[in-house]
Design a protein around this ligand. Structure first.
Ligand SMILES: O=C(CO)[C@H](O)[C@H](O)COP(=O)(O)O
Length: 224
């Protein structure tokens, strides 16, 4: 069973006619986007979408999903996206796919954030994998040193030996903090450092997580 497909396709049920939605990035939300593309093609639903990456923009264009920008709409009804880790409070780590800055901007402009993931992304404490932090390329070495001072090991993300460059023209540092005891505090601390654009910590942003497990689909919702 493809658990990413299971969770990704389920999320389409939350999209209703006339919505303006945010489309996340990654292999799980790609299933949502493909399913949505079928509905749009069959004229079963009319929506507009803002993509969180070039990659998602290409896929949505290929499927005929109408795209807009924040110039047309500054408020989104719903965003559907993936995650690298989530805990029972629905705090997330995102950004392994490199789209964290736009993903956070789109999520923050949305009335609701739905995360789609397979069960491997569920953790007791976030921080199992390195935390992606997007930084300005200028003086990135200095920024990395400052982040290192917060007790972690930052590694510049590379592709074929060259620094990975995000859609915003920035670099990404993958930072091994180990398990993060207080994600909200860490987020505030990192964001105060010069050179940091944003972090992959998404704290109190997700409303719902749809999880594909080998037995069933599980839905976690924010406790109000
Ligand atoms: O944060 C992300 C990209 O920046 C992705 O949503 C995250 O990496 C999950 O990806 P996948 O669904 O392929 O496992």
């Amino acid at each position: 069973m493809n658990l990413k497909k299971l969770a990704g396709e389920k999320a389409v049920e939350f999209i209703t006619d006339g919505m303006t939605i945010g489309l996340g990035t990654g292999s799980t939300v790609n299933w949502t986007i493909r399913k949505l593309g079928e509905l749009v093609k069959q004229r079963e639903i009319q929506i507009r979408a803002i993509p969180t990456s070039q990659q998602t923009s290409y896929l949505a264009n290929e499927l005929g999903i109408p795209l807009v920008t924040f110039a047309q709409s500054t408020e989104l009804d719903l965003t559907i996206d993936g995650a690298d880790e989530f805990n029972s409070s629905l705090d997330l780590i995102k950004g392994r796919g490199g789209a964290l800055v736009r993903e956070k901007l789109v999520a923050a402009a949305s009335n609701r954030l739905i995360i789609v993931a397979d069960e491997s992304k569920s953790v007791e404490k976030i921080g199992k994998f390195p935390l992606p932090i997007e930084v300005v390329p200028f003086a990135w070495e200095v920024t990395a040193k400052r982040i290192e001072g917060l007790n972690c090991v930052p590694t510049l993300r590379r592709v074929n030996g060259c620094p990975y460059v995000s859609d915003n023209g920035n670099y990404i540092l993958d930072c091994s903090f180990g398990y993060i005891e207080n994600p909200a505090k860490l987020e505030r601390t990192i964001k105060l450092l010069p050179g940091v654009v944003d972090t992959g910590l998404f704290i109190s942003m997700a409303d719902t997580v749809i999880i594909g497990t080998s037995n069933e689909l599980k839905v976690l919702s924010k406790k109000n």
